[in-house]
Design a protein around this ligand. Structure first.
Ligand code: ZN
Ligand code: ZN
Ligand code: FE
Length: 765
């Protein structure tokens, strides 16, 4: 018998970032196109669809659902169930349903899309030069959400009432502003205001044009962006940039530059295709790219560096400003030194009043502080130095179902992480936890993530370092609420974060190289080779313990580390070394005394400190003004000698079943080179070759003992691009499968992710 009707019904559930991104209008149009009837609606956890029609049309519909989804959506999963046809009339968008306890993913803030950009610069458009133009494909998301579901009253746009024209767009499924929660126009939306440092309004016909004039005059202007204020000034004006540095108390740390378009960036920097794509991507991060020597951007922006952090405008306001000023602009976080970025208008005036001459602000509140993301492209892979705007709070996928856990993170470059189901919600970059403002930002942001993703952690994972503020916070929290506490060793967390970043299970050889991390023996670790899995680790090899003369002081003054190391290793202090030019005899005696008596000279196996010592030895840098400056400049010094093949010697000593890597021969050979007037570029290149070689040989030793041929590389030292470029191919050609970071930073920004994984597998029920 031939069936007369092939009408069937399918109920479809779509999960992921599918709300506030134009998904329902897309479904609406897709259903019409395939001659299907039914409805679509948002719930607290998914988009639900019922479609009725011919089976082959439904099949095609389901395929296109994934294949043609709107640009800002991110589908995590689609479930389809068959049902009995209900004889729907047409297709409709139904009211959203809220269910308690359910949650959904939240989109990060997205750079202005090409369609909106066109409107902003079209004199005939009603949004001509309107700085808050956005649509379902772009604009603020995470920074304005106070709670889910993502509807206007739950955002900081709640206080703006849409005008009839905007309302019409908002209600029309065929327009790209359908249910665009921050939808606004010059009639009904937020407005700009330019004020001086005292908060007095500066008059001008066009606020953006007036601001551009001030910037051209050399003024510093605090500009309110998506996740906070950025300090802007003319990047080609050395005097202005230095004034900004002085006022911000940031003497040397590189600043980022925003340029109007990709051609302008090309005038100042060399870009490869991957870097260009990353700059133009919806995340619109700061990308560190090669800085051309002929660039007119003042060297004061990034003293001593060959890379420049650049970005494109990512809000309509930036686009307007950049076109009006027609200059590359320094755009750096609106804060004093290491404090969190300022986000509220009155807060900005209070905290940045002594830095900025003027404030370009507006009356749309920022709910979440959100720094710019910083990335590099190395070995063709985009990698994070800092993960925030454009990426967080999008979760990292776990290769298992997790319990609800809070990972408190590390002290520096802090992020925290909350887990549920197979998601790890790694927070945006919070910052260095060294002041109360940052701690407050941290606590508030944990609260926001718990609320948005409906997470109540039962376990708190923390770094073993007793002095870390996040560790203290976690312990306090547990004490007050009877939560389980789980300590995680710093470098184990690094390695596991790299494993999860790559979706890897089982055991690996973990190479964790960084500046500082608390070891299980109370020493400062940082040159660690371990056999590790999600549950535990065995320290298989490490750099030998050497003394840091003066502790924290040695970190600020790498020459102290160098002299201390040489003293401890019994290597003669040859006064012809460039190192001794900046040290007086009295201090040398103090350092020697500290090392010999073991007084205020904590032991460390840190690779970061070995880089410091090497940088000081060859005269690259003896005193630093920002974290890792000596190591970064050593890398820069070596940059021009890519063909240098020389390697310095090093040796191993087996203690119990641990391989100790001895560096006396390395330092001696380096000193010999330096005293023979070998160019700095060659010495620096040979040092990098040596560390790459050390990574290879140590992994080979461990592979022989353990049978493991997979290596995970993590820790801040791997931000060194030259080292990464040298070490990875060496390992690969020796038959290792090598894992490096892609989704979270290799630096301490990744620690919280490692913590939650280790706690999940190690802490019993
Ligand atoms: Zn748009
Ligand atoms: Zn309007
Ligand atoms: Fe670390």
């Amino acid at each position: 018998m031939v069936k007369t009707s092939t009408i069937s019904l399918s109920s479809i559930s779509v999960r992921g970032v599918v709300q506030g991104v134009g998904f329902r209008p897309f479904v609406f149009q897709l259903a019409k196109r395939h001659n299907l009837r039914g409805w679509v609606r948002n719930t607290s956890e998914d988009v639900q669809i019922a479609v009725e029609g011919e089976a082959k049309n439904i099949e095609q519909f389901a395929k296109d659902l994934r294949g043609q989804a709107p640009p800002m959506s991110h589908i995590e999963g689609i479930e389809v169930a068959r049902g009995t046809p209900k004889n729907y009339n047409g297709f409709e968008i139904r009211k959203s349903v809220t269910e308690s306890g359910k949650y959904q993913l939240v989109s990060p803030d997205i750079a202005t899309c090409p369609d909106c950009l066109k409107e902003i610069f079209d004199p005939k458009d009603r949004r001509y030069r309107y700085p808050f133009t956005n649509c379902t494909n772009c604009g603020p998301r995470f920074t304005i959400i106070k709670d889910i579901p993502y509807d206007r009253p739950n955002t900081t746009m709640g206080s703006f009432k849409m005008c009839p024209a905007c309302r019409k767009e908002y209600d029309d499924p065929l327009i790209r502003r359908f249910h665009a929660q921050p939808n606004a126009c010059p009639v009904c939306g937020p407005k700009l205001e330019l004020v001086d440092a005292k908060g007095k309004i500066v008059v001008g016909d066009d606020v953006s044009k007036k601001t551009a004039e001030l910037l051209k005059e050399g003024k510093i202007v605090a500009v309110k962006g998506l996740g906070g204020f950025l300090l802007a000034c003319d990047a080609t004006n050395e005097k202005t940039v230095n004034r900004l540095r002085q006022r911000k108390n940031r003497p040397a740390k590189p600043l980022a530059v925003m340029m109007s378009d990709i051609d302008e960036i090309r005038r100042h920097c060399e870009l490869n295709k991957a870097e260009e794509n990353l700059l133009k991507s919806p995340g619109s991060p700061i990308v560190l790219v090669k800085w051309k020597s002929e660039s007119t951007i003042t060297k004061a922006v990034a003293p001593g560096l060959k890379h420049l952090g650049v970005m494109l405008p990512y809000t309509p306001l930036h686009h307007l400003l950049l076109r009006d000023v027609w200059l590359p602009l320094v755009m750096t976080s609106g804060n004093l030194s290491e404090e969190p970025i300022a986000k509220d208008n009155d807060e900005a005036l209070r905290r940045l009043g002594s830095i900025a001459d003027h404030f370009l602000m507006h009356n749309r509140d920022i709910h979440a502080r959100y720094d710019d993301s910083v990335m590099i492209v190395e070995r063709d892979i985009p990698r994070f130095a800092r993960r925030a705007r454009g990426y967080a709070p999008y979760p990292i996928h776990l290769p298992y179902q997790s319990r609800q856990i809070l990972g408190c993170g590390a002290e520096e470059k802090n992020t925290f992480c909350l887990t549920r189901d197979n998601y790890a919600f790694v927070s945006q970059h919070i910052g260095d936890m060294e002041n109360l403002e940052t701690l407050e930002h941290y606590v508030n942001t944990i609260g926001l993530y718990k609320k948005l993703f409906r997470i109540e952690p039962k376990i708190i994972a923390y770094d073993m370092h007793p002095e870390y503020l996040p560790t203290k916070y976690g312990k306090e929290l547990a004490a007050n609420s009877r939560l389980k506490l789980f300590p995680v060793q710093h470098h184990h967390a690094h390695i596991v974060s790299c494993m999860v970043d790559n979706g890897v299970k089982g055991s690996v050889i973990g190479v964790a190289l960084d500046g500082t991390g608390y070891g299980t023996d109370g020493n400062i670790w940082g040159g660690e080779f371990m056999v590790a899995d999600y549950k535990g680790f065995k320290r298989a090899a490490h750099l030998e313990y050497l003394p840091l003369a003066g502790g924290a002081l040695a970190i600020k003054k790498p020459y102290r580390t160098a002299i201390g190391y040489l003293t401890a290793l019994g290597i003669e202090l040859d006064r012809n070394l460039p190192l001794f030019k900046e040290v007086n005899k009295g201090e040398i005696a103090i350092i020697k005394n500290q090392v010999e008596k073991g007084f205020n000279a904590p032991l460390t196996s840190s690779m970061g400190r070995l880089f410091d010592a090497a940088a000081a030895l060859c005269g690259v840098r003896g005193v630093i003004e920002y974290e890792a400056q000596a190591a970064i400049e050593l890398e820069m010094a070596a940059d021009e000698a890519p063909d240098e093949k020389g390697v310095y010697p090093f040796s191993y000593e087996k203690q119990a079943d641990v391989n100790i890597i001895k560096v006396a021969d390395l330092l001696k050979a380096m000193i010999k080179d330096i005293l023979n007037d070998t160019p700095q570029a060659v010495v620096a290149a040979r040092f990098h070759n040596t560390i790459a070689r050390m990574i290879l040989e140590t992994c080979q030793k461990i592979a022989k003992e353990s049978g493991i041929k997979r290596a995970a590389l993590s820790g801040g030292v791997f931000q060194n691009r030259l080292l990464l470029r040298k070490a990875v191919p060496l390992l690969e050609s020796a038959g290792f499968e090598v894992y490096t970071h892609r989704q979270v930073p290799c630096n301490d920004g990744g620690i919280s992710l490692g913590q939650v994984v280790i706690a999940n597998f190690s802490e019993g029920e």
